[in-house]
Design a protein around this ligand. Structure first.
Ligand SMILES: *[C@@H]1O[C@H](CO)[C@@H](O)[C@H](O)[C@H]1NC(C)=O
Ligand SMILES: *[C@@H]1O[C@H](CO)[C@@H](O)[C@H](O)[C@H]1NC(C)=O
Ligand SMILES: *[C@@H]1O[C@H](CO)[C@@H](O)[C@H](O)[C@H]1NC(C)=O
Ligand SMILES: *[C@@H]1O[C@H](CO)[C@@H](O)[C@H](O)[C@H]1NC(C)=O
Ligand SMILES: *[C@@H]1O[C@H](CO)[C@@H](O)[C@H](O)[C@H]1NC(C)=O
Length: 398
């Protein structure tokens, strides 16, 4: 169940998390427009945005977490819209893209996509829409709570305050449907089917990642006295080219011979191809109600075994030919859930326990975002797999 920027589960040992290296200098981001906060509040925030769009200047979008997996795809799309190479249905016009980053390394990445790099503590003056994607995406808790609290809770609090102060009209937070996973799933044999936005949070979230996302969501959605339109976007498993986290974990699991099919992989999962996540974020720049979370997916859920086999095949693995695919059709031991859970408790690492919880049906209802955001999920799973294969092949060629 991946998150955006977020959505990717990373084993800390893979070293995917970049510690802030050289802090970004403050010389950037000098083109702050002086836009005195209007004394008279327009009747509706949306209409103010529309006015600005009609006046032709387009929106100024401030992206936080733009150097990550989803972030880079988002910046690429924003740049294309800004240059008139892409239409985004909802009538989104982009005038300026600022990416708020922590390190010179991240700044370099976002500049490749035409964004203006700003230091994280730079004010948000002049920004119309904030898209907050920053997160620690580790799946295990080994880094300790503060490693998750800092980006999800403290940074979100800071951004909400800064955005309110700067008169930002819209605040979009990228979360994950992982917030719904109960740490006790493996005991309760909980089933996750067609989860809607209004489902209650579990009392015990799966891990620190899910807990931090829950807390950030509550902050974003809870500020009811705010004049800012606040939206949470929740994709399930996020996948696609350039992913260096979830895909890397899957790749490692397979290449090290540790891949097995629990329940033979015969259960349904909802997924969200990275471009579809981006589509949801872009639609939320214009559409959507304040205080609402929206689910986005690839459409119909996929059978996990079929999906995972296709994705692995795109990056060069033939799962059926691997000796490590221990549980072939019809031969799986198919332990009752409680027995496999007991087995894990005895000798499972935390990663194994989490993997066990993630294995099993998990489907999400995205009808509300289709209706209210105008979300379509334009990239079908087959097309996503094709693009993934293209990317993997191009990588091998170089
Ligand atoms: C994906 O990675 C390739 C290099 O492998 C790079 O050229 C491209 O700009 C990246 N695209 C995105 C959206 O991250
Ligand atoms: C987050 O903010 C709280 C309250 O201000 C503070 O106690 C805590 O140390 C901060 N955590 C991190 C990781 O910065
Ligand atoms: C999922 O739930 C929605 C209502 O929340 C319902 O309209 C839809 O038919 C359900 N879909 C499935 C596949 O059960
Ligand atoms: C929201 O706008 C109203 C009317 O302009 C203003 O009185 C109020 O202080 C604003 N609230 C916040 C939290 O900025
Ligand atoms: C998967 O892992 C192999 C090494 O086992 C590596 O050569 C390959 O580039 C990886 N593929 C991706 C898409 O990360």
């Amino acid at each position: 169940m991946g998150p955006l920027g977020t959505f990717l589960f990373v084993l800390p040992s893979l070293g995917v998390h970049l510690p802030p290296s050289q802090p970004l200098q403050h010389q950037k981001c000098t083109r702050l427009r002086s836009r005195a906060p209007s004394q008279q509040q327009p009747p509706q925030q949306l209409s103010q945005q529309q006015q600005q769009q009609q006046q032709g200047r387009g929106l100024c979008i401030g992206v936080v977490g733009g150097s990550g997996f989803v972030g880079q795809h988002l910046l690429e799309a924003l740049q294309a819209i800004k240059e008139g190479r892409r239409e985004e249905g909802a009538g989104l016009r982009v005038g300026e893209v600022r990416a708020y980053v922590r390190s010179e390394e991240a700044a370099e990445k976002v500049r490749r996509f035409g964004a203006e790099a700003c230091a994280m503590d730079e004010p948000l003056d002049g920004v119309d829409v904030v898209i907050h994607l920053a997160a620690n995406v580790a799946l295990t808790d080994e880094q300790g709570w503060s490693a998750f609290e800092s980006p999800a809770v403290n940074l979100t609090r800071h951004l909400l305050e800064a955005a309110e102060k700067a008169g930002v009209q819209r605040f979009i937070y990228a979360s994950s449907t992982l917030v719904f996973l109960d740490a006790r799933s493996r005991w309760l044999a909980k089933r996750y089917r067609n989860i809607s936005e209004g489902s209650p949070y579990p009392r015990r979230p799966l891990n620190f990642y899910a807990k931090s996302k829950q807390m950030a969501e509550r902050m974003v959605l809870g500020a009811s006295d705010s004049n800012m339109t606040r939206i949470v976007l929740r994709p399930p498993i996020v996948w696609g080219p350039n992913d260096t986290s979830l895909l890397r974990v899957w790749n490692m699991t397979v290449s090290s011979g540790r891949h097995t099919w629990a329940g033979q992989g015969r259960y349904l999962k909802s997924t969200c191809y990275v471009s579809n996540v981006v589509e949801g974020l872009l639609k939320a720049c214009v559409n959507g109600r304040s205080g609402q979370a929206y689910h986005v997916t690839d459409g119909n859920p996929v059978e996990w075994r079929e999906f995972f086999t296709a994705v692995m095949s795109a990056i060069g693995w033939d799962l059926d030919a691997l000796p490590s695919s221990l549980y072939k059709d019809g031969k799986a031991p198919n332990l009752p859930r409680w027995r496999s859970a007991l087995r894990l408790l005895r000798r499972g690492t935390q990663m194994e326990v989490i993997r066990h919880v993630l294995e099993g049906p998990f489907t999400v209802d995205d009808s509300v975002s289709r209706k209210e955001l105008g979300y379509e999920g334009r990239v079908h799973v087959h097309e996503g797999v094709r693009r993934l294969r293209e990317w993997a092949l191009a990588g091998k060629a170089t």
